[in-house]
Design a protein around this ligand. Structure first.
Ligand SMILES: NC(=O)c1ccc[n+]([C@@H]2O[C@H](COP(=O)([O-])OP(=O)(O)OC[C@H]3O[C@@H](n4cnc5c(N)ncnc54)[C@H](O)[C@@H]3O)[C@@H](O)[C@H]2O)c1
Ligand SMILES: O=C(O)[C@]1(O)C[C@@H](O)[C@@H](O)[C@H](O)C1
Length: 290
């Protein structure tokens, strides 16, 4: 037997989460810290529950002795109304992916945002952040845009297949970062915008195993650009390979995937995870086709 203080019971709530690498990342890191730590995927598709049940599931989890949850699609916004305390940055972003239960209260955070930010600062410490083009402003893109502005990007150009979405996101972000220039643009504007930019962040599904290809013409990349991807299956996307071949500094999507797990592990346990060990484990799992 063990109590809430002696062991950890964690879950990942969302659609299609069974193959997620986040549970094994946490469990391996916990084992290295000699913790009793079980992390279960709670797949809403498998248990035939809609995303709107997330509050009910959180409360049931608390009553059954869970310590924390990661929350993913389609619940990152839906969960907000069920939380007792929300980290101010997660509140501004309007999305929570980590819920820690303390004395029965739900505390929400967004480690997608902090994980991408940490990955960029550690992985590309020399990256010039004056002017950045970001392609894709969906779920991942929203967290990434916040992270970029929090890191000090002065001029952020948001591009999306849906230009109205890019414009809406730019307007919403401008409210929280009034001293920055944040613009929504269409994909046709990418050549001109990249010509003036220091870096490119890619946050669409293009380049995933199921969506192979490149989101931009790689001829637009020059060695002075840095390029960050959020896609991590495969970790070496066509974009990352093309950018490296053109002499650009690159950051693969594994940095965000591991970063969100590193920051969630720290919030859940209060212990400092070994980020390099977690990345090595993550890359090893990808290599093994998990
Ligand atoms: N590394 C990580 O930790 C992490 C976390 C979450 C998601 N992801 C990856 O990020 C990618 C996007 O996921 P999401 O949840 O944000 O998806 P999403 O569907 O919420 O958003 C994708 C956005 O990209 C836009 N888009 C699609 N194709 C485009 C194109 N060719 N040009 C411009 N815009 C285009 C869409 O209009 C949409 O706004 C996926 O590959 C996902 O696996 C990575
Ligand atoms: O690895 C996954 O499956 C995740 O669902 C990815 C992303 O949505 C994170 O915010 C979650 O914490 C974990």
């Amino acid at each position: 037997m063990s109590t809430l203080d002696e062991s950890y019971l964690v879950g990942l709530i969302g659609d299609g989460v069974i193959p997620s690498l986040t549970p094994p990342m946490h469990e391996a890191e916990a084992a290295a810290h000699r913790l009793l730590y079980l992390y279960r995927p709670i797949d809403l598709l498998e248990i035939k529950r809609p995303g709107t049940d997330v509050g009910e599931l959180l409360r049931a989890g608390r009553d059954l002795g869970f310590n924390a949850f990661n929350i993913t699609h389609p619940c990152k916004q839906l969960v907000l109304e069920h939380l007792d305390v929300i980290d101010p940055d997660a509140q501004r972003l309007g999305a929570v992916n980590t819920v820690v239960i303390r004395d029965g209260a739900f505390h929400g955070y967004n480690t997608d945002r902090t994980g991408f930010g940490r990955g960029l600062s550690n992985g590309l410490p020399e990256a010039k952040l004056d002017r950045v083009v970001q392609i894709g402003v969906g779920g991942a893109g929203s967290a990434v845009a916040h992270a970029l502005l929090s890191l000090g990007v002065r001029h952020l150009v948001l591009v999306d297949l849906d230009p109205a979405r890019a414009a809406e996101r730019a307007e919403a972000l401008s409210e929280f970062f009034p001293d920055r220039t944040i613009e929504g643009r269409s994909t046709a504007d990418v050549p001109a915008e990249l010509a003036a930019a220091d870096g490119l962040v890619h946050a669409t599904p293009v380049g995933m195993h199921q969506h192979p290809g490149l989101p931009i013409d790689p001829e637009l990349l020059e060695p002075r650009h840095w390029v960050a991807d959020v896609v991590y299956r495969p970790v070496e996307t066509e974009l990352i390979k093309a950018a490296r071949a053109r002499g650009c500094a690159t950051l693969d999507g594994g940095h965000m995937a591991v970063g969100q797990a590193v920051d969630a592990f720290r919030l859940i346990t209060g212990l400092e995870p070994d980020a390099a060990r977690m990345r090595a484990h993550f890359l090893d799992m990808l290599e093994r086709g998990l």
